[in-house]
Ligand binder design. Structure first.
Ligand code: TMP
Length: 218
C-alpha cells in the first residue's frame, strides 16, 4: 500500500476537524491524492449508523451496544472508503477512528480496555493507522468551544449532533485521560498535539509531526 492512513483524535471541541481540513489542503498542495473522511460515518451505511449515535438521549444505548454500533460503522467505513483509497495509493485522513472507541466507550463509559480490544480485533483486525494525532485540551476549554459550535449548528441540514457533548464532565475527564493513556501506550504511532493554542500554531505542530513521523517533507 503506497497511501498513508492518518487519524485525528481527541475529545470535544479540540479543533481536530479544522486541522483535518488544513492538513488535507497542505497534502493536496504537495500533489498527493487525499481522501478526507470521518467516523462515525465516512460511507453511506456508516453515516446511517452515525445518526443513531450522535443524537437523542445520552443514555439511549448501553456502553456495549454503543461500542458495537461504532465497530459496525467502522467496518463499513473501512470496506467502502478507507481500504479502497489506500489501495489506490491515496492519503486518507480520518477525523476519528478506533482510538475514539477505546477512549469514549472503553474509558469514558468504563467498558474497559480488554472488551474494546476484543471487539476491535474482530471488527478491524491488525490494520492500524501510520500516524495518529491526538489533540489534547483541558476539558473545560473543549466543552466551552463545543458549546459555541452546537449553538451555531453543526452543518446545514444536520440534526443537532450533541449527544456526547451533553454527557457529564466526569465522563469528559475520563476521556481526556484515556486518550493520553492510549498515546503513552502506543507512542510510536501516536503524537500528542497541544490543542490549546491558535489554529496556526496547532497546524504547525501537525505538520511537524507528519514530517517527523512519516517523512512527508511538507
Ligand atoms: P464528532 O463530533 O467528532 O463528529 O464525533 C461524533 C461523536 O461520536 C463524538 O462525540 C465522539 C463519538 N464517538 C464515540 O463515542 N466512539 C467512536 O468510536 C467514535 C468514532 C466517535
Amino acid at each position: 500500500m503506497r497511501g498513508k492512513f492518518i487519524t485525528l483524535e481527541g475529545g470535544e471541541g479540540t479543533g481536530k476537524s479544522t486541522q483535518a481540513k488544513l492538513l488535507a489542503t497542505r497534502l493536496k498542495d504537495s500533489d498527493r491524492a487525499v481522501v478526507a473522511t470521518r467516523e462515525p460515518g465516512g460511507a453511506a451505511g456508516a453515516e446511517e449508523i452515525r445518526a443513531l449515535l450522535v443524537s437523542g438521549a445520552t443514555g439511549r444505548w448501553s456502553a456495549m451496544t454503543e461500542a458495537l454500533l461504532h465497530c459496525a460503522a467502522r467496518r463499513d467505513h473501512l470496506d467502502n472508503t478507507v481500504l479502497p483509497a489506500l489501495e489506490r495509493g491515496d492519503w486518507v485522513l480520518s477525523d476519528r477512528f478506533a482510538d475514539s472507541t477505546m477512549a469514549y466507550q472503553g474509558y469514558g463509559h468504563e467498558l474497559g480496555r480488554d472488551v474494546v480490544s476484543r471487539l476491535h480485533d474482530l471488527a478491524v483486525g491488525g490494520f492500524t493507522p501510520a500516524l495518529t494525532l491526538i489533540f489534547d485540551l483541558p476539558v473545560e476549554v473543549g466543552l466551552r468551544r463545543a458549546g459555541v459550535r452546537v449553538a451555531g449548528g453543526k452543518g446545514i441540514g444536520s440534526p443537532v449532533e450533541d449527544r456526547y457533548e451533553r454527557m457529564d464532565p466526569a465522563f469528559h475527564r475520563r476521556l481526556r485521560d484515556g486518550f493520553l493513556d492510549i498515546a503513552r501506550r502506543d507512542s510510536g504511532r501516536c503524537a500528542v498535539i497541544d490543542a490549546d493554542q491558535s489554529i496556526d500554531a496547532v497546524h504547525r505542530a501537525v505538520i511537524e509531526a507528519v514530517n517527523a513521523r512519516l517523512g512527508a517533507g511538507l
